[in-house]
Design a protein around this ligand. Structure first.
Ligand SMILES: [Zn+2]
Length: 242
């Protein structure tokens, strides 16, 4: 279980995912400015989020001031209640999470969902493992939404958040820090979620090439290792196996 942050650039860190695919844990981006800490995604459960809080203490980061959801999938959202910070996301993300939040979450409910949607069993089992205690659980809805893009100026750090959509999730957004030359993509260039995936589905190479602007040196995706520019570029041209 990696409890150490990895620094990517000035102001930018990640809390790296657990590499065990059965845990369905995403990388969480951390942007620290003078007065603010911004998270890119919220962790997949309150326990994961609490570990992130401890790691933030270790680097004496300011209190979390904003959380950005890259998209509405549970593994990027279900830790948010721990941070008590306003969430920014695409307007479609809010709409989808209104439905997620209305479900009667409990261990019994997740078991019923597995029977109703056997093709989603792997993801639901990972959810059941992640969320130990549903009693006080709640889905935090985005309170700042946008349709195309939004810019945040926090101290001397600029964050550009932009809707890109894609096959994986229609509400996918990216977070770009031009000065730090870092791009967070969430899962935007991935194929659809595994239960909807067809055997010949692959990364969206066209989208990846568009995302790699000249001002980007590092790409952080949802569930992989950080990519330097050369590696991401090779991947986007289909020269590397994901
Ligand atoms: Zn996803």
């Amino acid at each position: 279980m990696p409890d150490t942050l990895r620094q990517i650039a000035p102001n930018v860190w990640i809390y790296p995912r657990d590499e065990d695919p059965n845990r369905t844990q995403p990388n969480v981006g951390i942007i620290v400015t003078g007065q603010h800490t911004v998270l890119v995604d919220a962790g997949n459960c309150p326990r994961h989020a609490r570990r992130i809080m401890i790691a933030l203490d270790d680097i004496e980061a300011p209190a979390v001031s904003h959380v950005i959801y890259t998209h509405s999938h549970w593994d990027h959202v279900f830790g948010a209640m721990v941070f008590g910070a306003p969430v920014i996301a695409h307007e479609t993300c809010r709409r989808q999470l209104l439905e997620t939040a209305a479900k009667p979450w409990s261990h019994a409910y997740v078991q019923e969902e597995i029977l109703r949607f056997p093709q989603q069993e792997a993801s639901l089992r990972a959810m059941a493992r992640a969320v130990e205690d549903w009693r006080n659980f709640r889905v935090v809805l985005p309170e700042v939404v946008f349709s195309k893009q939004i810019r945040l100026y926090l101290d001397d750090v600029l964050l550009e958040i932009e809707h890109v959509g894609g096959e994986h999730a229609p509400d996918s957004v990216i977070v770009r820090l031009p000065k730090q030359r870092v791009l967070f993509t969430g899962d935007c260039f991935y194929p659809p979620p595994s239960y909807l995936r067809k055997p010949d589905d692959h990364f969206d190479f066209g989208m990846m090439q568009t995302l790699l602007r000249d001002d980007i040196d590092w790409v952080i995706d949802g569930h992989g290792d950080p990519y330097d520019r050369a590696t991401f570029s090779a991947l986007a041209q289909g020269k590397l196996n994901p």
